[in-house]
Design a protein around this ligand. Structure first.
Ligand SMILES: *Cc1c(COP(=O)(O)O)cnc(C)c1O
Length: 390
């Protein structure tokens, strides 16, 4: 088909063509790619749990007992003991009445937003929210209003303008996935109370790493009991796969009956469920605290070295540390040079980020060694000078 080729050539010409890198080992702080041992600086496996013996053993035992597949959607015959057990674990972990599993964060966001909002309703969404929130809002057919990033004054004006136009929803990432900064949740709570809106927080990057026991960004800011719809993922900090929504028993019952991505999809398999249960055990234990404190000291070390060298890392205050470059070509060149030097930091381009805001989205892990991060920062400086970013 020539339109495939035309479209691909267009991407190649504008340096926006994407290809896959193959990881030939388990996901750790270092991985094997193209037969070479490289430092991995772009994984969301923040605490290193994806390769943790406790998760692996739980997964293997569950497979021996319950098999590899769940065979059906939850509402047919695919509701197994482990689904119920994991949902109970999540409700306790999040200190909520109830929780519901989804097959991924993407699937949770489209399912939840489509179920809750409809024609005539209004969704207010931070401009930098994840693509799955945008897609959920599109599916919902509700009025979709983007507000400038973290700008609560602008949001307030928009709420004032559109008040009375159906049910009102404010949706935000807890930690912004490409910028690594944190949503102003206290202010958003005040606004949703004032305007009688519901607040949904997507905590894909706060879960397991922030707040008491890794309960997430809303816990860190002391407002978790005020966020009606708390979404989080199991595949990032928790090292497994899937996602959840936690909230009131009524909300969860509603989603079980209305969320199409929950209803019309085969449920998560036993191995994944058991790994998630083990992960929540670990993040709620003293080991979880130790991992979070290593993550934090690695973050401080690495982002400190990069900022001191003159890199622009935006407002990052988390393990997600963007290294701003600008153009797509320069960004991919930066990534290529680093890779030649044993560092894998993926370049991020439109449509993931706005044009002209290409970057290397670096993420530190609890399992990185200080020495690796120091060497790596010096390679960033060399490469950054070579391509003229600093
Ligand atoms: C990764 C991510 C998702 C999607 O979660 P998956 O489980 O990977 O599908 C949703 N929201 C945000 C903010 C994310 O970063």
């Amino acid at each position: 088909m020539s339109f495939y080729r035309d479209s691909l050539e267009e991407l190649i010409k504008s340096d926006l063509y994407r290809s896959l890198k193959q990881v030939e080992s388990a996901q750790g702080g270092r991985v094997i790619i193209d037969g070479r041992d490289v430092l991995l600086l772009c994984s969301n496996n923040y605490l290193g749990l994806a390769d943790h013996p406790q998760l692996k053993n739980a997964s293997i035992s569950a497979t021996s007992l319950y098999g590899t597949g769940s065979g059906a959607a939850r509402l047919v015959s695919g509701n197994m003991t482990l689904h119920e057990e994991l949902e109970k674990c999540i409700a306790i972990f999040k200190k909520c009445e109830s929780a519901i599993l989804f097959n991924s964060g993407y699937s949770a966001n489209i399912g939840v937003i489509q179920a809750l909002a409809g024609r005539g309703d209004t969704i207010y969404s931070d401009r930098l929210n994840h693509a799955s929130i945008v897609d959920g809002a599109l599916l919902s057919r509700a009025r979709y209003i983007r507000y400038p990033h973290k700008d609560v004054t602008a949001l307030r004006a928009l709420l004032e303008t559109h008040k009375g136009k159906g049910r009102q929803f404010i949706v935000t990432d807890g930690v912004f996935s490409m910028d690594g900064d944190v949503a102003p949740l206290r202010e958003l709570v005040a606004l949703k109370n004032e305007f009688d809106a519901l607040l949904m927080v997507d905590d894909a990057h706060g879960t397991a790493v922030m707040g008491c026991n890794g309960r997430g960004s809303a816990d860190l800011m002391g407002v978790s009991d005020q966020v009606e719809i708390q979404m989080g993922t199991l595949g990032k900090g928790l090292g497994s796969f899937g996602a959840y929504v936690a909230g009131s028993a009524e909300l969860i019952d509603f989603l079980r009956n209305k969320a199409r991505s929950f209803i019309f999809s085969t449920s998560l398999p036993p191995s994944v469920l058991a790994a998630s249960i083990a992960a929540i055990d670990i993040v709620s234990s003293p080991e979880g605290d130790r991992l979070r404190s290593s993550l934090e000291s690695n973050r401080v070390l690495f982002s400190g070295l990069l900022s001191a060298a003159g890199f622009n890392t935006l407002d990052s205050s988390t393990q997600i540390i963007p290294v701003m470059v600008g153009g797509a070509e320069q960004t991919m060149e930066f990534s290529r040079i680093l890779f030649e030097n044993g560092i894998f930091a993926q370049g991020i381009r439109p449509p993931t980020v706005p044009p002209g805001k290409c970057r290397l989205r670096c993420t530190v892990m609890a399992t990185h060694s200080k020495a690796d991060l120091e060497v790596s920062a010096s390679k960033f400086v060399e490469a950054g000078q070579r391509i003229g970013v600093i």
